[in-house]
Design a protein around this ligand. Structure first.
Ligand code: GTP
Length: 597
């Protein structure tokens, strides 16, 4: 055990995490020429995706240092805030972390949020100043920034270039010398932390774990503490680019486990694996059931594809346990599902997988966060509102609570004013402002999560000309004044277009929604009034003027193939339309409320 090191690489996006991981694998000879070839040559999607998955979860390297052989387990951390719980469990499986900072970009929001997670878990931090080969690199200044942030010595910071192969030996040496070896005891009852899982359609769910105490052996009867389920360990092993089956994995080491589990929901990140007969008395702390943060309706474009959509979602859930869904119906869209996602990126991934892997064409309704509504009749029990239609009648409401986050933004001082106005516009309150250097500022805000769902990233990018990095973490529920804004087309309410909006913004957002819908909904042979309403009160109105748009008119009657192309295009465009009453509504319209300006 004294020759094992478990570490992860933490970095802001694009600072070079993957490039450095590849370089370390290369340098330690962990990737054979054949494996490299395979990676390049495998054209089958599935194979390639598996290659990437294994690589990106945990990979074992061997390195001989001063005549002694060391095992280095590199544990990957997902790079997006949607998956922050997974990040925290991966970090909990390590004793040390390489903190990679781009020598041109310096410290950014994710650098800091990841660093805090690592410090909470008492990891040894090895600062790496990456991309020193860049002409725009500012090594002295950025080293100073790192020293200030960590309170370390300048000589602790390793100058490197993952791309050019500079500093790699120094990094490996630091991993061995500075990161402490794991501390487990092999003779104790098994205690292994699940920090990831991979779905394999042929072999079932592969659980990736770190053994804290004891050992896990092939054939052993094991138990997952949180789910209470027992299994036989059909296979255990270590992960290089390929899997290497082993008779057992001992305290301190990292490996994979195959038990024949077919449903990803049975393997929960953060769970403890123990021996079924001689279980540990101390499950590993920090386990949480991940909760979806963002909800949206997903409906088939063709109503008769509902059952097909259900079966596709069930299959998706087998390999993505964080997806939750329940049937719902909408007067406008018919039968579909209310789905819960970890965040907006997760939602996009699911939507894309439904299309790519299952050939489904779906309509997604405007996403919302999960609210807690309290009625006067029952002020102690929260009504969970995951769908605008779940909001109890306003006249019966005592109060509503909404999820809040702590947002961290790092930017240049020039943009502080712009960003503050944006955050205040998004109902944020500033809680802290720190000058990291003379022209770089860290801002902290408390803000409703719902505002992040609504076009926050795009606007942040615009007001900061791209010079702002952003990260957030949930801080609980707070009281909010919420109303449901309904949309009526042709005087008919379209429930799938309703949105939950803060009362102070409802009028302006209702107006903008009407304007946006007027743009997005194609003109038809009759006038279509578009109205926004709160309860019975109409707050805004626009009209989509009657006019049949003849797209082929542009072709001057001449080129027939061109004409056909246009018609094809129009047909394709139609695929994502839903007929509601006598109005055709395109997919974009259901998301319109996210793109208001
Ligand atoms: P995500 O996986 O998207 O979070 O990014 P990452 O942090 O893994 O960054 P990645 O390794 O993909 O590198 C981002 C970009 O920086 C790529 O275009 C790399 O080629 C480049 N890059 C990484 N390391 C270096 C370096 O040392 N020098 C230079 N010049 N470019 C580098």
């Amino acid at each position: 055990m004294k020759n094992i090191r478990n570490f992860c690489i933490i970095a802001h996006i694009d600072h070079g995490k993957s490039t450095l991981a590849d370089r370390l694998l290369d340098f330690t000879g962990s990737v054979t020429e054949r494996e490299k070839q395979n990676q390049l040559l495998d054209t089958m999607d599935l194979e390639r995706e598996r290659g990437i998955t294994i690589k990106s979860h945990a990979v074992q390297m061997e390195y001989t240092y001063q005549g002694e052989k060391f095992i280095l387990n590199l544990i990957d951390t997902p790079g997006h805030v949607d998956f922050s719980y997974e990040v925290s469990r991966s970090i909990a499986a390590c004793e040390g972390a390489l903190l990679v900072v781009d020598a041109a970009q310096s410290i950014q929001a994710q650098t800091i949020s990841n660093l805090y997670l690592a410090l909470e878990n008492d990891l040894e931090i090895i600062p790496v100043l990456n991309k020193v080969d860049l002409p725009s690199a500012n090594p002295e200044e950025v080293t100073d920034d790192i020293v200030d942030l960590l309170g370390c010595k300048p000589e602790d910071v390793i100058p490197a270039s993952a791309k050019a192969g500079i500093g790699i030996t120094e990094i490996l040496q630091a991993i061995i010398e500075r990161i402490p070896p794991p501390k487990g005891v092999v003779d104790e009852p098994l205690q292994a932390l699940v920090f990831d899982s991979v779905y394999n359609p042929f072999r079932g769910v592969e659980t990736i774990f770190r053994v804290i105490n004891g050992e896990i052996s092939k054939g052993q009867k094991i138990k997952f503490v949180a789910t209470g389920k027992t299994y036989f360990a059909d296979e255990v092993g270590t992960l290089k680019l390929a899997q290497h089956p082993k008779p057992s994995i001992q305290a301190g080491d990292v490996g994979y486990l195959i038990t024949g589990i077919k449903d990803a929901r049975e393997v929960k990140v953060g769970d403890t694996i123990t021996d079924a007969i001689n279980p540990t008395k101390n499950p590993i702390g920090g386990f949480e059931d991940v909760k979806p943060m963002v909800f949206a309706g997903i409906y088939p474009v063709e109503t008769e594809e509902f059952e097909e959509l259900r079966s596709s979602m069930e299959k998706l859930q087998l390999n993505d346990a964080s997806l939750v869904f329940a049937p719902e119906s909408s007067a406008a869209l018919g039968f579909g599902f209310r789905c819960g996602f970890l965040g907006m990126l997760h939602m996009e991934i699911i939507q894309e997988r439904l299309e790519r892997e299952f050939g489904m064409t779906v309509i997604t309704t405007v996403p919302n966060v999960s609210y807690h509504a309290f009625t006067r009749k029952n002020p102690e029990t929260a009504v969970i509102v995951n769908n605008p239609s779940d909001l109890p009648d306003p006249s019966t409401l005592d109060h509503v609570e909404e999820p809040y986050i702590k947002a961290t933004i790092i930017t240049k001082s020039d943009f502080v004013g712009n960003i503050m106005s944006l955050c205040i516009d998004k109902r944020g309150t500033i809680t802290n402002q720190t000058y990291l250097t003379t022209d770089r500022v860290e801002l902290s805000f408390d803000m409703p999560l719902a505002e992040i769902v609504f076009d926050f990233y795009d606007r942040l990018k615009t007001v900061s000309k791209g010079y702002a990095s952003f990260d957030y973490s949930p801080i609980g529920m707070r009281v909010s004044k919420l109303v449901r804004v309904d949309i009526l087309l042709n005087s008919q309410p379209v429930d799938a277009l309703s949105a939950l909006i803060h009362a102070d913004n409802a009028a302006i957002i209702g107006k903008k929604m009407c304007e946006k819908l007027r743009e997005l909904i194609p003109r038809q042979q009759f006038d279509i009034p578009v109205q926004a309403a709160i309860g019975a009160k109409i707050i805004s109105r626009e009209t989509i003027k009657a006019l049949r748009k003849d797209v082929t008119a542009k072709c001057y009657g001449g080129d027939i193939s061109r004409k056909r192309k246009l018609l094809e295009k129009q047909k394709k465009g139609k695929k994502r339309m839903r007929q509601v009453g006598n109005v055709q509504i395109p997919q974009e319209a259901f998301m319109a409320v996210l793109k208001l300006n």
